[in-house]
Design a protein around this ligand. Sequence first.
Ligand code: G1P
Length: 305
Amino acid sequence: MKKPIKKPIRKAIIPAAGLGTRFLPFTKAIPKEMLPLVDTPTIQYIIKEAVDSGISEILIITNSNKSAMENHFDHSYELEEKLKEAGKEEELKQIKDIADMATIYYARQKENLGLGHAVYCARTFVEEEPFAVLLPDNMIECEHCGTGLQQLIDTYESVHTSVVGVQQMSKELLPRYGVVDLGNSWRQEETIHMLNGIVEKPQPGTEPGDYGIFGRYILTPEIFDVLEEMVIRQKTEGEKEIHLTKALVELMTTQMIYAKVMNGKRYDIGDKMGFLKANLEFAMRRPDMREELAAFMQELLDRNS
Ligand code: G1P
């Protein structure tokens, strides 16, 4: 097995070029990443997670329908001027801070060819460094263990090779995820395991375990060699999707990949029910909303019982 070169993680890719069909009709004109948790677009939480984990450069992979997202992270001079004139200092700071959060670049995925292809679109941005991938459909929160991505970066700093974030999932959820076959643990560390295999969205009864890939990855740049071959093959064989999971399975033949069992509560915000639950939970944390919302939910329950 070849040993990847040790380098720090400075760059992150956020694939956000999906069509968002699970949220139609909302996503006809507005990117699903702009769906808010209370008043903040979900993509802003993901950018914050990357920045809080020490990432300095972020590339968002988009498509032609995603300009609202680019505008959100840009300065809005007219709005800033109006807020200034109205003396709304707090709001002014809030919107200026969003534009200054990170250095964000954008690249278009010109064909809708799946997650592996979206990652492949980032190859010139990444160059020869290990990098992070954050899928904006999932978030994880853990009070005492750092951001989701930080947990993977810490793992990478121990193992110095690719790491995928996994969590134990209920049987019903597994067909929606990449499901891993966990091998031996790394130096008696119970939450870090060698990866023996991955099955993308297994049929019930064929899962290799009950840990699903949760949408956070640290990848070595050698993944691009694998993806390139898949892109060439796709052109002749015409497969509809280039799966990142397939590329990982192929990378495993030349490099070790580890799975990190992530700590914290998972929010599946790419799913309608998960999104509604996250919204209620986030609203209940806000002192300005908590009481009124709790009373309303009680009233709603009483009315429907
Ligand atoms: C993708 C990956 C899958 C992973 C999931 C996490 O699937 O292909 O392996 O478990 O993200 O959200 P998607 O949700 O894009 O269908």
